[in-house]
Design a binder for this molecule. Structure first.
Ligand SMILES: Cc1ncc(COP(=O)(O)O)c(C=O)c1O
Length: 360
């Protein structure tokens, strides 16, 4: 393929072209340092400026209040499934979880594997995760409530975050991190693998309130201890330097777009365009209840699996990549993260209309 495709992959996913071009410009000789970011010491002045810059920009763009730390870690969101209970569920304590799909289930499974007491206060498993549960009560003495803000596979998203009162809110935000403006002060801890909205795979972003950071017990593995990793400013060992550098460039790109309010406005527009196209006909059927629809992962079905296969194949021929639904659920999924342009979504919608005309 000689041209770049419109990339609807669920993750690793599209990066802004401007960011890729800047990486290309600086790849061999980073800002006159005479070497690439991949080759420099993580203790060098140049890298220190990158990681500090990435922490400060994250705070600025998200409006993170004082008293929070931004960490750049390894192990993916999956390691956080274990790190969160290891750090935050003390002896005799339990944590509440909401089960909105397979990622939440994995987080629950990992906590249980560690012998922690988990209380699943709500689930939408009985309806194939086609909605976000609404009625639930947080246990007042829970160590925290864990939610997954966006179910990447089913295509559901919390439009509003639950009010947990005094209970700490912990959120896996992997697939909708920085897709909208949020009030960080409502959360004790947010974590997200970078490879959807924020950069390449290899770095996991953790935003943690400093009082929680101090809770880490001494007998857990060093690489899961928020206290140690936080006190060392994510530099206890060699961090994923290049991925952190790209995250910083993506943050600069978000700022240049007009910040998160502007990003949110564009994301809403893209999602509305696609959902309207789905709702306009019986040929396409959304798989999720309307008030739980994700603005990041749009899932839908065609009248038959054969037509879905054809849709994916024809899409690819038209430069539309990554439309296959997750292998566990099938169907179509268009992931329309921040770096997926309005033009990409317009192309998809126009392809959908054309495909229906020929096959409907
Ligand atoms: C919501 C959510 N949580 C967690 C994960 C796992 O992330 P990682 O591969 O970074 O461990 C994913 C991956 O797609 C995800 O979508």
């Amino acid at each position: 393929m000689s041209e770049r495709v419109f990339n609807f992959n669920p993750g690793p996913a599209a990066l802004p072209l401007e960011v890729l071009q800047e990486i290309q410009r600086d790849l061999i000789n980073y800002k006159g340092e005479g070497l690439s970011v991949m080759e420099m010491s993580h203790r060098s002045k140049a890298f220190e400026a990158i990681i500090k810059g990435a922490e400060n920009l994250m705070k600025e763009i998200m409006g993170i209040p004082a008293g929070y730390k931004v960490l750049y870690l390894q192990g993916g969101a999956t390691l956080q499934f274990a790190a969160v209970p290891l750090n935050l569920i003390g002896p005799g304590q339990h944590a509440d979880y909401i089960n909105t799909g397979s990622w939440a289930k994995k987080a629950i499974g990992e906590a249980k594997k560690l012998g922690k007491e988990v209380n699943v206060i709500a689930t939408s498993e009985d309806v194939n995760y086609s909605r976000i549960p609404k009625d639930f009560k947080v246990t007042p003495d829970a160590a925290y409530l864990h939610i997954t803000s966006n179910n990447t596979i089913a295509g559901t998203q919390f439009s509003k975050f639950p009010d947990t009162g005094k209970v700490t809110l912990v959120c896996d935000m992997s697939s909708d991190f920085n897709c909208r403006k949020i009030d960080v002060s409502k959360f004790g801890l947010i974590y997200a693998g970078a490879q959807k909205n924020m950069g390449p795979a290899g770095v996991t972003i953790v935003i943690i309130r400093e009082d929680l950071m101090q809770k880490s017990p001494d007998n857990i593995p060093t690489m899961t201890s928020y206290k140690i990793l936080g006190e060392k400013d994510s530099l206890y060992n060699t961090p994923p330097c290049f991925s952190i550098y790209v995250v910083k460039l993506v943050l600069e790109w978000i700022k240049k777009q007009g910040g998160l309010s502007k990003i949110e406005e564009i994301n809403e527009k893209k999602a509305a365009l696609l959902y309207n196209a789905i709702d306009a006909t019986d040929f396409y059927k959304g798989t999720v209840e309307k008030d739980s629809r994700s603005i990041m992962n749009v899932t839908y079905r065609l009248p038959s699996e054969d037509l879905e296969k054809e849709f994916i194949a024809q899409g690819l021929k038209n430069g539309l990549l990554g439309l296959k639904g997750h292998r566990s659920v099938g169907g179509i999924r268009a992931s329309i993260y921040n770096a997926v342009s309005l033009k990409a979504v317009e192309s998809l919608v126009s392809f959908m209309k054309d495909f229906e005309k020929k096959n409907g």
